[in-house]
Design a protein around this ligand. Structure first.
Ligand SMILES: Nc1nc2c(c(=O)[nH]1)N[C@H]1C(S)=C(S)[C@@H](COP(=O)(O)O)O[C@H]1N2
Ligand SMILES: [Mo]
Length: 162
């Protein structure tokens, strides 16, 4: 029932979609994201990787770990070890794309600080503020993987090209 309810809400404007190689594609509204265990990040400076431009100080984000959402959608288990070859493509509503690997998220400390944020400095973020915002709190220069208006997470399994 729970997953049927979710799919019924898949058309909500601020919904985040998990699609591709998951056991069950899921859609999360901002309100649904708040039902999961939350993590509060440390404030950080937002700086562009390409130009080193200082964009601003970002207060403490609160949100759900990306790994929590991925585990909820489930990775396929039919092919042994396939999950370790999975990459996750995070796409903004404007088509902006960043990548994460399964190892990075589940097998390094980086994954513990990759959040889908819905609150900043104790204040709720709405769609007008760019929510949901995906960010990777352990990155050296955080702006590239600070994705405003996150629309979907696509799971793809990589294979060698030759
Ligand atoms: N949705 C979305 N998020 C994005 C980007 C983008 O083009 N689209 N650019 C990233 C990069 S490379 C930078 S430097 C910052 C720019 O932040 P600003 O738009 O607040 O200056 O946003 C990051 N997040
Ligand atoms: Mo950037």
């Amino acid at each position: 029932m729970e997953s049927i309810d979710r799919m019924a809400e898949a058309t909500v404007d601020d919904a985040l979609l998990l699609c591709g190689r998951f056991q069950r594609p899921l859609s999360f509204s901002l309100e649904q994201l708040k039902r999961y265990e939350s993590v509060t990040a440390t404030p950080f400076d937002l700086r562009c990787y390409t130009t080193n431009r200082f964009i601003g100080n970002v207060d403490a984000y609160r949100g759900v770990r990306l790994t929590t959402l991925i585990s909820e959608a489930g990775l396929p288990s039919d092919v042994p070890g396939e999950f370790k070859r999975t990459v996750f493509i995070a796409v903004g509503q404007d088509g902006y794309v960043v990548t994460f690997s399964w190892h990075e998220l589940f097998n390094t400390p980086i994954g513990e600080n990759v959040l889908v944020a819905y609150e900043c400095g104790g204040r709720r973020l709405d769609a007008d503020d760019g929510a949901p915002i995906l960010f990777s709190g352990s990155d050296i220069l955080p702006a590239p993987r600070h994705v405003k208006r996150l629309a979907r997470i696509e799971a793809r399994v990589l294979t060698p090209s030759a």
